[in-house]
Design a protein around this ligand. Structure first.
Ligand code: CTP
Ligand code: MG
Length: 229
């Protein structure tokens, strides 16, 4: 089966505090967003990459994609106010029967992992990468603390993959009911459809704060040390 990728890059990167969209920050010798796009470029099951961006950064993205010769497979779409709005806009452009929704700020997914997720999605129509939580999580209501059972807690990542009709239905339902989720799987859960977890890698980090850049550099060094630099 084949799929479209919706890659989200329309945020502002406020917590990164870099004075610009974090998608343009360098990891090794390439910008973050290039690292993120590469596995989708190299996955032959991925037929198009819908890159969701801010309108005022369109020229910047166009130039960058052009210089890496990625424009053949990448379509630029204007995003919205919240991440969920950006996904909604991106979904309108999807042409394939399946879609993977991925954060532009997660640069370390691999083609092998994309194939693994796609195989599960074909069977269940909704599959996401997640990793077991390593911290002890406390639920705090006022002064009352509760310690959650860590053995059942997972940290959701992206990509999150769905059949197109299912994720469109979930997003429409969320819009109609003013439900704002923090990921796309939560919108699918909300309409009562099961979501399968595929155990992912701790390397598949999202760059959020300045400290994350150092860890990303370290992962980049580790994952490229066997390649010719
Ligand atoms: N994103 C988006 N449209 C939005 C908000 C976020 O496409 N309206 C994207 C971001 O570009 C990012 C991903 O969603 O790749 C995950 O969001 P987050 O890590 O929160 O990034 P930002 O919103 O850019 O950062 P911040 O919240 O610190 O401003
Ligand atoms: Mg954000």
């Amino acid at each position: 089966i084949t799929y479209s990728a919706v890659v989200l890059a329309a945020g502002q990167g406020k917590r990164m505090n870099a004075g610009k969209n974090k998608q343009f920050l360098m990891i090794g010798k390439d910008p973050l967003i290039i690292h993120t796009l590469n596995p989708f470029m190299n996955d032959s099951s991925c037929k198009e990459i819908i890159l969701v961006i801010q309108k005022n950064e369109q020229e910047q993205f166009k130039h960058l994609l052009q210089s890496y010769q990625l424009l053949s497979k990448v379509i630029l779409i204007d995003g919205g106010k919240e991440r969920q709005d950006s996904v909604y806009q991106g979904l309108k452009a999807v042409t394939q029967d399946f879609v993977m929704i991925h954060d532009g700020a997660r640069p370390f997914i691999t083609v092998k992992e994309l194939q693994q997720l796609l195989n599960r999605t074909e069977l269940t129509h909704a599959a996401i990468f997640a990793v077991p939580v390593t911290d002890t999580i406390k639920k705090v209501s006022g002064k009352k603390l509760e310690t959650l059972d860590r053995s059942v807690l997972w940290a959701a990542q992206t990509p999150q993959a769905f059949s197109l009709p299912l994720i469109k239905k979930a997003h429409q339902h969320a819009l109609d009911n003013h439900f704002l989720g923090t990921d796309d799987a939560s919108l699918v859960e909300e309409i009562g459809h099961a979501v399968e977890i595929v155990e992912g890698s701790y390397h598949n980090m999202k760059l959020t704060t300045p400290e994350d850049l150092k860890r990303a550099e370290a992962i980049w060094v580790e994952t490229t040390k066997n390649e010719v630099k």
